[in-house]
Design a protein around this ligand. Structure first.
Ligand SMILES: NC(=O)C1=CN([C@@H]2O[C@H](COP(=O)(O)OP(=O)(O)OC[C@H]3O[C@@H](n4cnc5c(N)ncnc54)[C@H](O)[C@@H]3O)[C@@H](O)[C@H]2O)C=CC1
Ligand SMILES: O=C(O)CCC(=O)C(=O)O
Length: 386
């Protein structure tokens, strides 16, 4: 039996997807965490924790260095909630162009008045159309590409900026999206700017005072990525100066409250039934595959390694990516008279991962001996359940 611990509200679709070899939230000593945006930076991890699956895209809530040092595999589920974010961002583009929140506030406050009178005398709520307007999309991954394509379908001119665009992601972007080769080129004459990048040291403050100054007067700015990617104080200063027309974000801070020209949603970009189910089912599949086979695809901190599991036992080893590790491991197995049926190894940056297939169960002494090799981070024995 494997133990899974969940954090945040995890869609039951993923919990139900786990096989009967899994029990959920019965103990804190979990083999796997299935999480959403809980902040794990200050958390201690139980010794037997082997895998963290983040149902969602952003993984800035996981202390990756510490998790890797503990030999814990970490995964996210990019794309699982991208459509949900896209739909909300498109709604917010329309809402900002039509002053939707100020309009509905006005209506709520004048519920007993003859609102049609205001229409005849007041141009305050006259909006603009998206058709023909220019949208700059910063970051063209799962979310950004969907936003760019949908905006194009609405008749907007769309320019994208993503210096790290993967060739896979590029396939999903309409050929009618203009590619900018700098942030400045993307934002300079855009009517709307929306940001869809991960939060990293490099993207913190990506849209600061200088970038906002380079935008045209009357721009509408959207941040559905993370707190800190847009400098909120710089955005407020530009709103005060009437340079930015409105700022719409999923990540509130005190400086943003009680302003008519700011709309804050409470981090709900990915909060739809469908997106939460997608993410939790993908997270459940990741946990089952990693715990039961050791195979890895798309981890945040381990290389891809997928080997058909056809022997009764398997050893998996997470270790430093340095010379002679595989040689030392093979020697320990030979010294214990264990025949290696198959051995595969892959590396990602400083970390390497080795899978060894065996006909016999390795002894505890052998596992101890392997664990004691300098630069081995974690050794796991997996019994084939098939
Ligand atoms: N508000 C919400 O509920 C949600 C927020 N998000 C946020 O949106 C982010 C993006 O999500 P996905 O599109 O699924 O991720 P993704 O990984 O598919 O795409 C991110 C893109 O950003 C690009 N990028 C990285 N640094 C950049 C830079 N300096 N300038 C321009 N582009 C850059 C990457 O090359 C990549 O193509 C997530 O990391 C997360 O923080 C995602 C889902 C829901
Ligand atoms: O709804 C959630 O769990 C957060 C979604 C999100 O921010 C993400 O996937 O990056």
């Amino acid at each position: 039996m494997y133990n899974v611990k969940t954090y945040n509200a995890i869609s039951p679709a993923g919990i139900d997807h786990l096989s009967n070899q899994y029990q959920v939230n019965k103990t804190d000593d979990a083999d796997a965490y299935l999480i959403r945006s809980v902040d794990l930076h200050e958390a201690d991890f139980p010794k037997q924790l082997k895998v963290i699956a983040r149902a969602g895209a952003g993984f800035n809530n996981i202390p990756l260095d510490r998790v890797t040092e503990a030999g814990i595999a970490a995964f996210n589920t990019p794309g699982s909630n991208a459509n949900a974010v896209k739909e909300l961002v498109i709604a917010m583009l329309v809402a900002s162009a039509r002053h939707m929140f100020a309009v509905t506030n006005f209506s709520a406050q004048h519920i007993h008045a003859d609102i049609s009178l205001m229409k005849k005398t007041d141009d305050r709520f006259k909006g603009t159309e998206l058709l023909g307007k220019k949208l700059a999309v910063i970051g063209l991954g799962h979310v950004g590409s969907l936003v760019a394509n949908a905006a194009r379908e609405l008749g907007m001119k769309v320019v994208g900026f993503d210096p790290f665009l993967s060739s896979d992601a590029a396939w999903h972007i309409s050929n009618q999206i203009e590619r900018a080769d700098s942030m400045k080129a993307a934002i300079k004459d855009a009517d709307f700017v929306t940001v869809h990048v991960p939060k990293t040291a490099e993207t913190t403050g990506l849209i600061g005072a200088e970038e906002i100054k380079a935008m045209k007067d009357g721009v509408h700015l959207l941040n559905y990525s993370r707190l800190g990617i847009v400098d909120n104080q710089a955005a407020v200063n530009a709103l005060d100066a009437k340079h930015v027309a409105s700022y719409i974000t999923d990540f509130g801070e005190d400086v943003l409250f009680n302003r008519e020209d700011v709309v804050v949603t409470p981090h709900i970009g990915g909060s739809t039934e469908e997106a939460e189910a997608n993410g939790s089912i993908r997270g459940a599949n990741i946990i089952m595959k990693y715990l039961e086979t050791g195979n890895v695809k798309g981890a945040l901190n381990l290389p891809d390694l997928n080997v058909p599991f056809n022997t009764p036992f398997r050893l998996t080893l997470i270790h430093q990516n340095i010379p002679n590790m595989v040689g030392q491991i093979a020697t320990k197995l030979a010294n214990n008279d264990l025949n290696i049926e198959g051995m595969s190894n892959a590396a990602k940056d400083k970390i390497a991962y080795t899978i060894i297939d065996l006909d016999e169960e390795p002894t505890e002494d052998l596992v101890d001996a392997l664990t004691q090799i300098n630069s081995i981070i974690r050794v796991r024995v997996i019994k084939n359940q098939k």
